[in-house]
Design a protein around this ligand. Structure first.
Ligand code: PMP
Ligand code: GLN
Length: 381
């Protein structure tokens, strides 16, 4: 077997969701909304399934979706994207990430990443022969130290991987941090691989700033989005990649032998969704901001130390003040079995030595579910 995968544990999201099902607990672990996204978008998919055709759509994605992705880039970020040569549809952001690392990273290339990080990054980079170079940010502010970042770059750096807004830290990178990253990419002639799946889940009057919009970045950035997050339809697995043709061409070669394509009906429905009115996008973030506040204030009342959340649908919280004992992994297991509430241990998002008292809760749930989870936790603590 390939050493990258030998001994690799099952992803924490699956582990915790299985445990939650087994114990009938409220699952605030794996990140998914408990109410499906817009009915008109789902209806579009249903109608397209019946009307057909249900055969292979074009390898790059159905034209309507590629056009919609390009239009959304113009509408939200004033980016001019050629839908014919600069947009690729994938089966979720996960496939996009796999295609990007497979095609852009050669053995021995270094990839700079910010830890804590989403769990598929490191195995995918290693499988491509790449070498992860970690820069760590720490709670509660998760500030990126630009000197530490600069020290992680070298003449072997092929790319920086940036997840903004960032899972699990719920950090939104500041313009100053982004400028520092961009400057290093230009200086070291590196690509930027930007996982921006939470681009529309951003709070408190912040605006999402794609790294691609910064000076010198348009031609060296790969921008990845996901309909799963933007339309609360995580099971659809529709993702999209935006990049200059020089980068997108090899990525599309990886895609053609990975999935080749993505269900046509879902693609056309997502095309319809991306063109939805501003109120839809404002509502998505507005509703989630209220849920964030509901869960965060409830956790604080119970004695958790909640880390500020600027984007994504996750809050991380320090359990240390509760004196529960054991590691974050043990705490999450006990919380599932004894309290009937499931969270994810934040140590799962680290490669090296990790803090062992932080847990991550997903708040994209009905208010009654969040309240019930808080009540159960209150009875348990
Ligand atoms: N990147 C991040 C940071 C995520 O949180 C997720 C979560 N689902 C993904 C990528 C994967 O997205 P998709 O479901 O579209 O593959
Ligand atoms: N991105 C989701 C999370 O962070 C999980 C996706 C998955 O289970 N693969 O919870």
């Amino acid at each position: 077997t390939n050493p990258v995968y030998t001994g690799l544990p099952t992803t924490i999201f699956e582990v915790m969701s299985r445990l939650a099902i087994e114990h009938g607990s409220i699952n605030l672990g794996q990140g998914f909304p408990d109410v499906d996204g817009p009915e008109d978008v789902r209806r579009m998919a249903a109608e397209a399934l019946i009307a057909g055709p249900n055969q292979y759509p074009p390898m790059m994605g159905v034209p309507a979706l590629r056009q919609a992705v390009a239009s959304a880039n113009k509408r939200f970020y004033d980016l001019d994207i050629d839908w014919k040569t600069e947009v690729l549809v994938t089966s979720g952001a996960t496939e996009a990430l796999s295609d990007v690392f497979t095609s852009l990273i050669e053995p021995g290339d270094e990839v700079v990443m910010v830890e804590p990080l989403y769990d598929c990054y490191v195995p995918l980079v290693r499988r491509a022969g790449g070498i992860p170079k970690m820069v760590r940010v720490t709670p509660p502010l998760w500030k990126l130290d630009l000197d530490e970042l600069a020290a992680a770059f070298s003449d072997k750096t092929k790319a920086v991987l940036l997840n903004n807004p960032m899972n699990p830290a719920a950090k939104v990178f500041t313009r100053e941090e982004l400028s520092g990253i961009a400057e290093l990419c230009v200086r070291f002639d590196a690509y930027a691989i930007c996982d921006e799946v939470y681009e529309h889940i951003i709070f408190d009057d912040r605006a999402h700033i794609p790294l691609m919009t910064l000076p010198g970045m348009r031609e060296r950035t790969v921008r990845i989005g996901s309909a799963g997050k933007t339309f609360s339809l995580t099971g659809w697995k529709v993702g999209y990649v935006t990049a200059t043709p020089r980068l997108l061409d090899p990525i599309a070669k990886a895609h053609q032998f990975t999935t080749f394509t993505t269900p046509a009906a879902l693609q056309s429905a997502v095309a319809f969704g991306l063109a939805k009115e501003d109120a839809y996008y404002a509502g998505l973030a507005g509703d989630l901001a209220k849920k964030r506040d509901r869960l965060a204030s409830g956790l604080e009342r119970l004695g958790f130390e909640v880390v500020p959340c600027g984007g994504t649908y996750f809050v991380t919280a320090d359990t240390a003040p509760l004196g529960l004992g054991g590691s974050d992994v043990e705490i999450c297991q006990r919380m599932t079995v004894e309290a009937g509430v499931t969270a994810v241990p934040v140590s799962a998002f680290y490669v090296g030595d990790a803090p062992k008292t932080f847990v991550r809760f997903c708040f994209s749930k009905q208010d009654s579910i969040l309240d019930a989870a808080l009540e159960r936790l209150g009875n348990w603590i």
